[in-house]
Design a protein around this ligand. Structure first.
Ligand SMILES: Cc1cc2nc3c(=O)[nH]c(=O)nc-3n(C[C@H](O)[C@H](O)[C@H](O)COP(=O)(O)OP(=O)(O)OC[C@H]3O[C@@H](n4cnc5c(N)ncnc54)[C@H](O)[C@@H]3O)c2cc1C
Length: 490
């Protein structure tokens, strides 16, 4: 419990100014990238791993929930303090400690912004590829804890591929190191990879050693407008069969095209069923040109009208439609449930068709865009939280989207994580034995369940929900409260 004595202890362990209790501060730490809210009892802003360890020792003794927080841009309710407790804001641990150009690696603190790291390594002609669209606000610590992806991950892989080693602090306040600075490492369990994607539930990450790669010197961009969705998906399959791995292969469905055109008027054809945006990159300009020739031929064979960029500025213009789609949705409805189901690449058209049926069934605006090349599809359910009847339709629709993804051989989340929003569905995608193993790990590493309690694991049943989850849409104005405890996980 957060007594005055505990607050005094926290103030002694940290700089007293780094312990926040003002109502205004607590309100600002109540939110994340969703619309959920939960007020913490206190916010602490440590400046070293030792300070993080001291906070965790106190919290573990007092059974106070700890919510690690980076940029708080997550889309799963991951940094919402469901049952109060302490928000551990890691933003002050924001130094790039080392860029080792000989060994192609960087060592960073968790609060470094993703964009700042890529900007720093660019000066050495190096590249840190994972690029969530939130990269100017998200932190490397948050990217690791969510195993973030992005546009370039089709070719270059998601965050986990770049994690070589981590310093971490356990729930009981001990500091450890997992992995290291080497490419090959099979010395014991790969604990560093276990912590990747653990959503702040297993340990707090206080330092990260990341692999870097040489920066590709050239890129070529094209957009392809398709009269049919099948043409777009046929192209994706054919590009893959040709042995070409684009650095980006993004898809927008008809509903997304219409929304962008209504709001920003880029001259997009609103009768087109899909737009594909393709980018290839590499070091040899001639090879890039040749690769894009082959891609363009495939796109045209599948019925597309293709526009190719002749320089970088033109390439940026071609990206405008894709970049406009998310902000454009905000002009239509105040709230958005941005799902990120992941299906085998060949199932993308079936998934999009299913989304279209679900949108019609529940009479919802649901533009779908996403990373067609890696099967990560973003159905975006637009709604107004003040309309309970619409909220209910969104909940039913989300449940059907998850079921569709799993029945197509896919899963609930490709990059946003489970957090609170998808926790009641975990059992749809993960078998009971595996959920049991995950819970055993959680109990072993966090016996008092203080680390981000209420996230990932279902609270209300067996995680096999086939009915709407009202909890998923709680927040101010909904008349409901989010509830969880830090009781040990069963
Ligand atoms: C506009 C927008 C676009 C987005 N686009 C993408 C995208 O393209 N791809 C993608 O993958 N995601 C995307 N996201 C989601 C989000 O940006 C990512 O999940 C990102 O990795 C979160 O980073 P963060 O620093 O904001 O973490 P936070 O939101 O602060 O935290 C995320 C989770 O990590 C935990 N955590 C944070 N830091 C630590 C730490 N040091 N140790 C242990 N646990 C920690 C938190 O407890 C929480 O569970 C987008 C979000 C927005 C708002």
């Amino acid at each position: 419990m957060l007594t005055q004595g505990v607050v005094a202890e926290l103030r002694r362990a940290l700089d007293p100014a780094d312990v926040l209790l003002d109502r205004a501060d607590l309100i600002s730490y109540s939110i994340d990238g969703t619309w959920l809210e939960g007020r913490p009892d206190c916010v602490v802003m440590p400046r070293s791993a030792e300070q993080v360890a001291a906070v965790l020792r106190i919290a573990n003794r007092e059974r106070i929930p700890i919510v690690p927080r980076g940029g708080s841009t997550n889309l799963s309710g991951g940094t919402i303090p469901l049952g109060g407790g302490i928000v551990l804001n890691l933003a002050q641990l924001n130094r790039i400690l080392e860029i080792d150009t000989g060994n192609l690696l960087a060592v960073v603190e968790p609060g470094v912004l993703t964009h700042d790291l890529d900007r720093a390594v660019r000066k050495h002609n190096l590249y840190y590829p994972p690029d969530p669209s939130s990269l100017k606000q998200s932190t490397i610590g948050g990217n690791v804890a969510e195993n973030a992806g992005g546009l370039r991950c089709l070719k270059y892989g998601v965050t986990s591929k770049y994690v070589l080693g981590l310093q971490y602090v356990t729930a009981t306040g001990q500091i450890g190191r997992a992995g290291g600075r080497v490419i090959k490492n099979v010395t014991g369990y790969q604990l560093d990879q276990l912590l990747v994607g653990s959503e702040g539930t297993l340990a707090v990450i206080t330092e990260i050693t990341l692999r870097l790669i040489p920066r590709p010197r050239h890129k070529r961009t094209a957009t392809a407008i398709f009269p049919t969705l099948e043409g777009a998906s046929g192209s994706v399959a054919e590009i893959t069969r040709e042995g070409i791995i684009p650095s980006a292969l993004e898809l927008m469905d008809q509903s997304s095209i219409r929304i962008v055109e209504n709001v920003v008027r880029l001259g997009l054809p609103t009768d087109a069923e899909a737009i594909l945006l393709v980018e290839v990159d590499g070091n040899h300009e001639g090879a890039m040109e040749d690769e894009m020739d082959r891609v363009a031929a495939i796109l045209e064979r599948n019925g597309a009208s293709v526009q190719r960029a002749h320089d970088e500025a033109e390439g940026e213009r071609l990206w405008a439609a894709r970049r406009a789609v998310s902000p454009a949705t905000a002009r239509l409805k105040p709230n958005k449930l941005g799902e990120d189901v992941s299906v085998p690449r060949s199932a993308v058209p079936a998934m999009i068709r299913r989304c279209r049926e679900i949108a019609a069934k529940y009479d919802l605006l649901m533009p779908v865009w996403g990373h067609a090349g890696d099967g990560n599809v973003h159905p975006n359910l637009l709604f107004d939280r003040r309309n309970p009847e619409e909220v209910e339709r969104v909940q039913f629709a989300a449940a059907e989207i998850f079921e569709a993804a799993v029945s197509l051989g896919g899963t609930l989340s490709g990059e946003h994580g489970i957090g609170v929003l998808k926790r009641e569905f975990l059992g749809l995608a993960v078998d009971p034995t595996t959920v049991g193993v995950m819970k055993t790990l959680k109990r072993a590493l966090d016996p008092n369940n203080i680390l981000n309690p209420g996230k990932i694991f279902p609270e209300g049943g067996d995680g096999n929900r086939r009915v709407p989850v009202h909890l998923a849409l709680t927040g101010p104005g909904s008349g409901e409260t989010v509830n969880t405890t830090s009781a040990p996980i069963r």
